[in-house]
Design a protein around this ligand. Sequence first.
Ligand SMILES: [Zn+2]
Length: 352
Amino acid sequence: MLVVGRSPESAAFLVEALKEEGIGCVSWALRTEPSISLVCQGVEFARQEHCDLVIAFGGGSSIDAGKAIAALLANGGELSDYLEVIGKGQPLQNPSVPFIAIPTTAGTGSEVTRNAVLASPEQRVKVSLRSPKMLARLAVVDPELTLTLPPALTASTGLDALTQLIEPYVSNRANPLTDGFCLEGLRRVSRSLRRAYHCGSDIAAREFMSLASLLGGLALANAGLGVVHGCAAPIGGMFDAPHGGICAALLPHGMSVNIRASRARTPDSETLRRYETVARLLTGKPDALAEEGVEWVRGLCRELQIPPLAAYGVQQSDIPDLVQKASKASSTKGNPLSLTENELREVLTLAL
Ligand SMILES: [Zn+2]
């Protein structure tokens, strides 16, 4: 089964190559971010067609959908038996059927993570199907596949990659291995995201961004995330908004509130030193302060024309509900310090 995104024709070469190798293949196209019911339809289709291998070719949505379908094909029962939060949360018993992830964006790093984020439109939430048994058997990360990504998508997915390098680096679960991934990824984003946005055909910039996305995926899968993803989770459930765009709108404000809270409550903390390192890598200034990193990200968001959350229909009146949900989100647990409700409200309000 080949799971593809909005432009299935871009995978025509892959169908052709599989055919040449004598491998039968059926395509299944996904036009939105994956929902629980869509994944159930995909599993049913795969069973009817007797698929025993899943290839996902596309952005994070296609890869998450393919990852969930591959897991369900190897495990009996209903998807809801295994879902976190709104399902029974039972562990998957069997490893997924062989699953190959081929990303065509540079952002989510979903090709190396062990969860699939699925929407439940009825409950207006996004939940994860999560298990170490869901890891892809093979991830093919080829920057050439991202050359045709339009500027707006390059911007939002690239800023998701940046968020997924900063949050695991300052996370309370950071460790020396994930630090290495994050520092290397941050260096690459700082030198290539603007270039990839303005000049999409620049293969060197695309290669740096593909690597940065992969490194971010490895980092977040092992060190967790923080307040930006904690706020992004309920927004993604309640509004029709792409994950990358939401993270991009929130990132400078999440950084700024975290830095201010750290200066006030834990001025000698490792967290501030880490935000300083982020600032120095991003700006290239060896003596940059933590706040200069926030300014750099703010400038990047302006230049890359990142729309505010209001562009997706988020309003001031939604904020109290979002604050409650963000405070309980699993990503928020990785934040370097526990933010108050007022601070969470500030992050969300500034991003409106
Ligand atoms: Zn993300």
